[in-house]
Design a protein around this ligand. Structure first.
Ligand code: HMG
Ligand code: MG
Length: 298
């Protein structure tokens, strides 16, 4: 049967805001994170310690993180290399994430590295983070399709996921960065990973709603036994180095489905919807989430 409870890994403040045309003020980001925590989210990805020229929207990480670091939740941050890890450790981060790609094209566009060069860059980051007692997540982008390369072979995804797992990443987040996955493909990938020795308990899924499949894919993963789901409040975000990526799965849409299934998330849907409405007002455009729109017009 389905799990009684799942954990939502909220990526709005990081994945959601990294793609905004105009940078959101640091105080607004801090307030966004506080509101998400108040709405019951227990893991909120706060920001990235990447090169500020590559992602100027998150260049304020040093100012933002101290404003939120004492919140009583998990606050992972992205770090691409040892320089990023040093910045995160200096500020007292307790959880970090590295982010690999299943395809060469996206590794080049996102990290200026080949897939294997990127893995070599992450290895000392994961080792040092684990030694410092931090939890480490390994993201894998382009697990289903790639804007330059088309469909991505499952063996290719398995190879890089296993490399991240063997390196010591506690959790592996499978990203459908451009939102092309469908439920059968999701099940096939999860099955192949299990057969390669990666247990479902270490896997999280990260869907985008480009083709309207994000919830169907989440349900397929749920049936397979996945209990960690990435989502973005109000459906914010895409990816700055993958043009065709639109909208992460909206946290509200996910919570609505899970609530209907009787699966506990700890999230207060009214408080979360109000938060996404507040952020949409700030950004000057409505949330693309159907659930946010439906609940806002009640
Ligand atoms: P590079 O240009 O190859 O960097 O970029 P480098 O290693 O050659 O270093 C060049 C200079 O940058 C050096 O300074 C470094 O110190 C500095 P110099 O010596 O020339 O004065 N530098 C840094 N400064 C601050 N913080 C750092 C840092 N690193 C180097 N961490 C690099 C390589 C990885 C740095 C760059 O490509 C980068 O920052 N990429 C990040 C891109 C990114 O954040 N993308 C979005 C996240 S991924 C995503 O959204 C997908 C996901 O959501 C899942 C999904 O949906 O699929 C996770
Ligand atoms: Mg994403």
């Amino acid at each position: 049967g389905l799990p009684a409870r799942v954990r939502i890994h909220e990526v709005g403040p990081r994945d959601g805001l990294q793609n905004e045309k105009t940078a959101v003020p640091t105080d607004v980001k801090a307030e966004f994170i506080r509101r998400l925590v108040a709405a019951g989210l227990t893991t909120v990805e706060a920001t990235s310690f990447v090169h500020p020229k590559w992602v100027p929207q998150l260049a304020d990480a040093e100012d933002l993180f101290p404003q939120v670091r004492d919140l009583p939740v998990r606050l992972p941050v992205l770090v691409p290399n040892e320089r990023g890890l040093d910045r995160a450790l200096t500020l007292g981060a307790r959880e970090v994430a590295v982010f690999a790609s299943a395809t060469e094209s996206f590794a080049k566009a996102n990290l200026n590295r080949t897939v294997d060069e990127a893995l070599a860059m992450f290895a000392p980051v994961v080792t040092r983070a684990a030694e410092a007692g931090l939890k480490v997540r390994g993201y894998l982008s382009m697990c289903f399709g790639d804007p330059w390369e088309g469909p991505v072979p499952i063996e290719q995804v398995v190879r890089v996921t296993k490399a991240l797992a063997d390196m010591g990443c506690d959790e592996l987040s499978l990203g459908d960065t451009i939102g092309v996955a469908t439920p059968g493909h999701v099940k096939a990938l999860l099955t192949a990973l299990n057969e390669a020795g990666v247990p479902t308990s270490r896997i999280a899924v990260h869907f985008h709603d480009t083709y309207g499949q994000a919830l169907a894919n989440a349900y397929a993963a749920l049936e397979h036994g996945v209990t960690v789901f990435d989502a973005s409040a109000g459906g914010l975000g895409g990816c700055p180095y993958a043009k065709s990526a639109t909208g992460n799965l909206a946290t509200e849409d996910l919570v609505w489905m899970l609530r209907g299934l009787g699966i506990e998330t700890g999230v207060d849907l009214a408080a979360l919807t109000a938060t996404s409405g507040w952020m949409a007002d700030h950004l000057g455009r409505p949330s693309p989430s159907r659930t946010v729109r439906a609940l806002s017009h009640k």
